[in-house]
Design a protein around this ligand. Structure first.
Ligand code: GRF
Length: 190
């Protein structure tokens, strides 16, 4: 049986992509990555993908006149590798409803908080600002709302006295790198 294909979308460092690549190498995640797409030409995730021999595509939003047009191009690029699922790993774009509807229960996202708390792109800073004692990580299917959709996995992460955004983000990342590949594998197994 050929391994199921996944497509991964990233905008930044790509440490979650790296964790996915490691899980694939160790056969904990039985999948292959068909393509890594980034909306950021400077994303280090692209370098990681290239080093791993994975096809990469950069779609610069500045070259598109609307979100819908960008998403149509994204869909085309992703569609070429015929992925079973689309994995958002630090992809800093809101997907249009049309895109999301094309892939019902086939888009996964990871968020650095216990959703529905602290949605949005400043989740770690917001958790610190509110003084919560526990935050965490959520893996969820993507629906038409932002940071919303059926939850697949969730794990708490303690906030320690003296934590900075960096120390808390690092602790959160360590959990992300473990639970995202696991959640992807569970989805692929059905
Ligand atoms: C992660 O914290 C993830 O939860 C959020 O974006 C960050 C991406 O980090 N959606 P990286 O690019 O995988 O290192």
């Amino acid at each position: 049986m050929p391994l199921p294909t996944i497509a991964v979308c990233c905008s930044g460092q790509g440490t979650n992509l790296q964790a996915i690549l490691r899980a694939i190498r160790r056969r904990r995640l039985k999948a292959r990555i068909g393509v890594v797409v980034s909306d950021n030409p400077k994303a280090y995730a692209i370098v990681r993908a290239m080093k791993a021999g994975i096809p990469t595509v950069v779609l610069d939003p500045r070259g598109f006149s609307s979100r819908e047009r960008f998403d149509r191009a994204l869909s085309k690029v992703i569609g070429r590798s015929r992925p079973r699922i689309i994995v958002l790993a630090g992809f800093m774009r809101i997907l249009s409803p049309g895109f999301v509807r094309r892939y019902p229960r086939r888009i996964l996202n990871i968020h650095p908080a216990l959703l529905p708390a602290f949605s949005g792109c400043r989740a770690v800073a917001d958790a610190l600002r509110h003084g919560v004692k526990v935050t965490g990580v959520t893996v969820h299917f993507v629906d038409e709302k932002v940071d919303h959709g059926p939850i697949l996995a969730q794990e708490p992460v303690p906030v320690r006295p003296g934590d900075t955004e960096q120390t808390l983000a690092d602790r959160i990342h360590r959990v992300e790198h473990r639970i995202y590949p696991e959640a992807i594998q569970r989805v692929l197994k059905g």
